[in-house]
Design a protein around this ligand. Structure first.
Ligand code: ARG
Length: 459
């Protein structure tokens, strides 16, 4: 047998530098379990088609099981000259069971083999990610529920805008991560398609039952076009796009936690176990976890860009370029999983400084819109009310007071429609609890949203 499974027509040995350059084993060895599972299903398919005997099938399967155990236990020797995980396993099988191993690669090519392995890997990892995201949502609901009466300033343009419940703010992230989970679950439909049996590109001459292979490997669907099966990686691009969107959400939450834990905001404290100190400034406690999550967001965007650029303009069908799909894929899966897990561990342990948040929500004229609404309720047109409150705010600013700190007489110089009941009307509780439109921050709405979320997570 030639030294490499493909070098029959070669008259010269591969240059060392080329061996190193083309090898992907360091990266793709993590596909070994899928590769072996796929090969076992392939052997059963070959047997069913009468291409190999029952004895051969069981010998080969036993050999593969031994190899799997070796790799599981770290007792397998990897060698660059064998390029990738597919060739490593096949070469080791030859040592283990002898010449019959040469039958394994009948009716398939590494092109459909690698497409299968990656799809199996991604379906497992996306399924896990969806579960972990459920866990994160659970923690967000817990955080909202435990702080249901905490009030904070809501911002637009990072300027204090209107008071909201802290729980409402947190439940906004619940919604974002819920959609992320839905997007990932949706992309599973496209991942879960079985490509094996497409062979190099054109299909195979052997009478194999690809639907049988799909059944063995628990794929609900078989790829419909052999060229598409080996040529496309859109399921990876889709995953990376979904992962990138999820990372955008993480980066926003991270940015907020970083701001909130600053001395200037002081809304939260990050637990010591999730922060680090400075090697020079003894007083420092840095929000490294959210900072790193924010930083890693860029890496995942980069992975998406790598993949899009890698696939752009590639002629059909398989091209070796596509071997480069694995580093960005694996990195994004690892990064996103790590971010979900570290946030799930950290969020329940945040200290919520309710007094600071409440004090911040009581300053900065966050009830100005409500004063305008008050005047509208007394019959003043909204534009006029806006102007009147604007003038009142201008006056209050000069006096260094909040609207609700002005006297009734002061308020009445701007409009005679203002009565004693304005003070209750402008209280934070009333300002919040008047926002009862569906999805608004009123306590009863937020409590209902938490209930709905709890039911979703149970269901
Ligand atoms: N290591 C290759 C990859 O990951 C496997 C497929 C190789 N196919 C080929 N025709 N050289 O894409």
């Amino acid at each position: 047998m030639p030294e490499k499974p493909w070098d029959g027509r070669f008259s010269e040995k591969t240059h060392r530098i080329v061996e190193t350059f083309t090898a992907s084993i360091d990266v793709d060895k993590r596909l070994y379990a899928y590769d072996i599972e796929g090969s076992i299903a392939h052997l059963k398919t070959l047997e069913k088609a009468g291409i190999i005997s029952e004895d051969e099938t069981s010998t080969l399967i036993q050999g593969l099981v031994v190899i799997k155990r070796e790799i599981d236990r770290g007792r397998f020797e990897f060698d660059e000259s064998l390029e990738d995980i597919h060739m490593h396993i096949e070469a080791r099988l030859l040592q283990e069971v002898g010449k019959v191993a040469q039958k394994l690669h009948t009716a398939r090519s590494r092109n459909d083999q690698v497409a299968l392995d990656v799809r199996m890997y991604l379906r497992d990892n996306v399924t896990l990610l969806v579960e972990h995201l459920d866990g994160l949502r659970d923690v967000l609901v817990g955080l909202a529920k435990a702080n249901i009466d905490v009030v904070m300033p809501g911002y637009t343009h990072l300027q204090p805008a209107q008071p909201v419940l802290f729980a409402h703010h947190i439940m906004a992230y619940y919604e974002m991560f819920k959609r992320d989970g839905q997007r990932l679950a949706g992309c599973l439909d496209r991942i879960n398609v079985m490509p094996l049996g497409s062979a190099a590109l054109a299909g195979t001459t052997y009478p194999i039952d690809r639907h049988f292979t799909a059944e063995l490997l628990d794929f609900p669907e078989v790829s419909a076009n052999s060229m598409d099966s080996v040529a496309d990686r859109d399921f990876i691009m889709e995953f990376l796009a979904d992962a990138s969107i999820c990372m955008v959400h993480f980066s926003r939450l991270s940015e907020e936690l970083i701001l909130w834990s600053s001395a200037e905001f002081g809304f939260i404290e990050i637990p010591d176990a999730f922060a680090t100190g400075s090697s020079i400034m003894p007083q420092k406690k840095n929000p490294d976890v959210p900072e790193l999550v924010r930083g890693k967001t860029g890496a995942v965007f980069g992975d998406l860009m790598s993949m899009l650029t890698l696939m752009k303009s590639l002629p059909m069908a398989y091209n070796r370029d596509m071997q480069e799909d694995k580093p960005p894929l694996f990195r994004a899966v690892d990064t996103l999983t790590a971010c979900v897990d570290v946030y799930t561990a950290m969020l329940p342990r945040l200290t919520i400084k309710r007094e600071t948040m409440q004090a911040a929500a009581s300053r900065g004229y966050l009830n100005a819109t409500d004063m305008a609404d008050y005047l509208v309720a007394q019959g003043m047109p909204f534009r006029k009310a806006h102007e009147c409150v604007g003038k009142t705010v201008g006056y209050a600013l000069k006096k260094g007071k909040e609207l609700h700190e002005l006297t009734l007489a002061e308020l009445q110089t701007f409009s005679s429609l203002v009565k004693e009941d304005i003070f209750d009307f402008l209280s934070i509780e009333q300002v919040i609890n008047r926002r009862r439109s569906f999805g608004g921050t009123a306590s009863e709405n937020v409590a209902a949203a938490i209930k709905t979320a709890e039911a979703e997570l149970k269901g």
